[in-house]
Write a protein that binds this ligand. Sequence first.
Ligand SMILES: Nc1ncnc2c1ncn2[C@@H]1O[C@H](COP(=O)(O)OP(=O)(O)OP(=O)(O)O)[C@@H](O)[C@H]1O
Length: 684
Amino acid sequence: MANTHGSLSINSENIFPIIKKWLYSDHDIFFRELISNGCDAITKLHKLSLIGEYTYPEGHKDSVRVIVNPEEKTLKFIDTGLGMTAEEVEEYINQIAFSGAADFLEKYKDKANDDQIIGHFGLGFYSAFMVADEVHIDTLSYKDGAQAVHWECDGGTEYDMSEGTRTEIGTEITLFLNEDCLEFANEYRAREVISKYCSFMPVEIFLEKANAEQEYETIDESELRDDDVVVEHIHEDAKTEEIEKEDGTKETKEVSPARDRVKINKRPVSLSDIHPLWTKHPNECSDEEYKAFYRKVFQDYKEPLFWIHLNMDYPFNLKGILYFPKINTEYDSIEGTIKLYNNQVFIADNIKEVIPEFLMLLKGVIDCPDLPLNVSRSALQNDGFVKKISDYISKKVADKLTGMCKTDRETYEKYWDDISPFIKYGCLKDEKFCDKMRDYILFKDLDGKYQTLKDLVPEEEAADVDVVENPEETKDETTEEKEPEKTTIFYVTDEVQQSQYINLFREEGKTAVILKHNIDTPFISHLEMKNEKIKFQRIDADLTEDFVETTDETELKETTDSLTDIFRKALGNDKLDVKVEKMKNENISSMITLSEESRRMQDMMKMYSMNGMDMGMFGGGETLVLNANNKLVQYILEHRDGENVNLFCEQLYDLAMISHQPLTPEKMTKFISRSNEIMMLLAK
Ligand SMILES: Nc1ncnc2c1ncn2[C@@H]1O[C@H](COP(=O)(O)OP(=O)(O)OP(=O)(O)O)[C@@H](O)[C@H]1O
């Protein structure tokens, strides 16, 4: 082959500064590009051998080797792929998809600061110039009679090509690192980057350090493999020990048998797992494998709750495993990681354009070969195909959850408390997901029993509790004007604080559901919005008819007026709302109710005012309910000018308040000192 010297045909003075500056936001990505080129070349040779175009020599083993040489400041990538002929180097390397380069320049010339560009235009090989001043290629094609080629380029627009010396089929790329990038010749740094991008590439990847001292290991003869390099065979005699018996005599006992061992060159360990779990069929994977994979990939030693293995060929090719992590407390921030791969080549974490937002709370891997590997995020955003993938993943997750609820309700219930924040968040973020999950949302009641919406609203058959997609359209003429009758679902947010109300409920044989997570407030509002016939009400929002005797309106009017007057005076609050009821349970003296609407408004305000806004202005709206059947209340009414009436009033009010919400520090201090005062009175 004649030596050639030529110019890289790029329609620009010099593309390399551009590559260096803009092409990739992460400099270390050249590892991925060069290793995946090697993997591609190996896969191509495989295909050729399958169709009989090539026969592997005996003992052939596929690999990509990465050799770091900190002394010489070089990095080598050596693959056993199909190699290139001089013509191919000319075509694929010298003419680097030049239209691509030109396009690239055109498109990004004004975006010097756009570090969002993660893609490129068939320029993967040239990413080497992000870190190297000079790059060499030594390659030998699999083709009969092919000559080895040596190519070198120092990052200008010129290259040299000559006959090479390589004798094995495959390609060796040598990077002469520039001074700023010497870190990549460090073995540990290289290992870190390769693990990041190449942990699951479909070919074994070995990292070596040039001129490193040979390391050895000793194994049993029976474990010896054909590709081991034997240093020496070692026969170990049986080991014996002399022990003294009870009668004082001595006995020789064998402690380890004779063995044949072999000292071999330390076996290289691949940095890539070429058959990651997601590529297997779900039926072939054990729970232990799923857990081990989770630990390895996410370095999370808490066990995941459960996982969903996605495995589909249609309408797109997509595989992956999504794990629901265990959250320790409701205050733990939930932040997941979804790693995206293209044919086992890592693309990036958490690409929100591809992964439905709510699934970002999970941890998982998604491998989608149909996804463009090298495109910018902004391009992904407008890609209808990408949106479809996202919808599909979300649908699959809903299918898996609903399937589990139908066929393995016990397990579903077991996980419900932990996974419900994810699901509720999903319902808030994704309408379709919400519609699919609607009948599979569980509500735990006071007895720990799990119920669905359908169970809670029994008269309402499926059709009645149907989601109102568009209320305008679905209304028929007869119901047009009428507000639909609503079924109230009572709920508890704090079992300890609301225990007085819970007891009342229990006495009447009624139950309520427990909704104590932060997400529940927006979630129930969302359900009410989607479903005209249900209404959620915290159990202290109002006293339902079940707990009070029916009275006619005028009967309690006088009592109410007097008690209102007494309490307003005693508490020094002339705006206090007082309501008098004859409660069935005469032991209850006073309660506080706060309408559902006012409380939700206050909750919302609290959420928004976390950062220092004064909450005082949002308080209020509570009603003090006094029980006309209670002896103490009757006493107050009869002895309104009595000595300790003020004390009683204040104490009753605080007691009612405590079961409604925590007292402020000042009120708590007063409450305690007043309690002491009352006890002193009793002691007198
Ligand atoms: N190690 C290699 N062995 C054989 N051929 C290679 C090797 N590296 C690169 N090539 C050839 O050079 C071409 C250009 O490589 P480059 O990395 O620049 O882009 P690409 O691999 O085609 O695209 P992309 O990296 O975007 O997938 C490849 O398509 C391939 O034909």
